[in-house]
Ligand binder design. Structure first.
Ligand SMILES: [Zn+2]
Length: 436
């Protein structure tokens, strides 16, 4: 088992369900905060937990360049490295290669590019991107695709879509051959939570395993993700004579590889891309290549045109969208998963989403405002600090401004999705509730 998805309620095209991953359960539709470099900028993991984040996104491209996949793998994978015991999704790196790097050279084999950090020459292919994502060990990983630019000529959109399909097959083939190499340490329970006194011991056991692996021993099948329930009686000893903390009683647990539908802004190509990606066969499907500069109305049309060709019972992930209003709209169309840098990036620029509309906290009008940022928000920021204080922090370029703004914006997005799920469960049409 890699992933299970259960739809529990429907309202129109919208569905509410549960995504059961090797690192816990995620209620859908879900908004996934972006933790580019293994960090949701400015927010410690314990606060993400407090906010109710059950899955977050890491960027393969960024982690590949820094600190490097092998380093993360040696440290037990991304979950352990960043001390995050809940689910993670990584993108394939394709989008960043095409949007961030310079001097790209695209061939059938893959993409040669220059690192945006130091100008070094790097190469990613379906195999390399999948290998990197297995090394990082996210619960859900993505096939390596080419994100078609907008606007693009019809012939270019088709050839790009065809390339993505060939790369999807190669991504899947590599994944099937290597999926048991995921670095989840046996006895994995993840973070060293204070309430969990065995955590450090388990972590040590895993380190030993990782070291053995680094020393060139054969990789074992994927270890369990639920060390707490493992039976010590089944524990084998390592060849070094060292007792193991736990046995891989669930060795069939692996990551889940999602396919990505491309096809630019052409509904006919989207349909073809969806059908041929489904033919290859994945446990979930993403809609890629949107939010690349096209008008929002077109984004919506393409989402609608694509989603009707996706299987009803598998998770659907819309990549890289959107505003609070938009994520509600996409949930209404039947999208189950979304991610976007908007709440976190906007927060760092003083742009805050509230139940009374958008607020630019840098404005002088808030300098004497004693009220909370959002009177209808229950987050720790709104419970404690005034708009005047937040405005002062931002104007003074205090680091705390970025932290507090991000915590609030994420809280607002997560609350929005909670309300969406609630509406679907009641059989109502989810609506974005804003005072403006
Ligand atoms: Zn708040």
């Amino acid at each position: 088992m890699a992933l299970r998805f259960q739809i529990e309620a429907r309202s129109g095209a919208a569905r509410a369900g549960r995504l059961i991953t090797p690192h816990g359960e995620v209620q859908t539709p879900v908004f996934m905060p972006v933790g580019t470099l293994g960090s949701v900028k400015g927010v410690p993991q314990e606060i993400l937990e407090e906010l109710g984040v059950k899955i977050l996104l890491g960027n393969t491209y960024h982690l590949y360049l820094r600190p490097g996949i092998e380093q993360v793998r040696r440290l037990g994978g991304l979950h352990r490295f960043m001390s995050w015991d809940r689910a993670i999704l990584t993108d394939s790196g394709g989008f960043q290669v095409f949007s961030l790097s310079e001097l790209r050279k695209l061939t059938e084999e893959g993409v040669t590019f220059r690192s945006h950090l130091d100008g070094s020459t790097q190469f990613l292919s379906p195999e390399a991107a999948t290998e990197a994502q297995i090394g990082l060990g996210a619960d859900i990983i993505m096939a390596f695709d080419e994100c078609t630019e907008y606007p693009a000529e019809p012939s270019r959109v088709r050839s790009s879509m065809e390339l993505t399909l060939r790369w999807a097959e190669r991504s899947k083939k590599y994944f099937e051959e290597h999926k048991h190499e995921v670095p989840w340490g046996r006895g994995h329970v993840g973070t060293a939570a204070p309430s969990c006194p065995g955590a450090h011991r388990r972590r040590d056991a895993s380190t030993t395993e990782t070291e053995l692996r680094s020393a060139g021993r054969a990789r074992r099948p994927a270890p369990t993700w639920d060390g707490m329930t493992q039976s010590a009686g089944k524990t084998p000893a390592s060849s070094a004579g060292q007792p193991r903390a736990a046995a891989p009683t669930h060795s069939d647990h692996t990551q889940a590889l999602f396919g990505i539908v491309q096809g630019g802004m052409d509904p006919v190509l989207r349909k073809e891309s969806a059908e041929r990606t489904i033919e290859i066969g994945f446990p979930g499907y993403a809609i890629g290549g949107l939010s690349v500069g096209e008008p929002r109305k077109l984004t919506r049309e393409i989402v609608e045109a694509t989603i009707q060709h996706l299987p009803a019972e598998t998770p659907r992930y819309l990549m890289g969208v959107g505003t609070p209003e938009e994520i509600v709209e996409y949930a209404n169309l039947g999208i189950d998963m979304m991610d976007c840098v908007l709440p976190t990036r906007a927060a760092r620029h003083g742009l805050l989403f509230t139940s009374e509309g958008k607020i630019s906290i840098k404005q002088a009008r808030y300098a004497g405002d004693r009220g909370p940022l959002d009177p209808n928000c229950g987050c720790r920021v709104c419970a404690r600090y005034s708009r005047a204080y937040l405005r002062h922090l931002y104007a003074s370029n205090e680091i705390l401004a970025q932290v507090l703004n991000t915590v609030h914006n994420l809280s607002f997005y997560l609350d929005t999705m909670r309300a969406v799920r609630h509406s679907i469960a009641l059989g109502d049409r989810p609506q974005f509730l804003s005072g403006k």
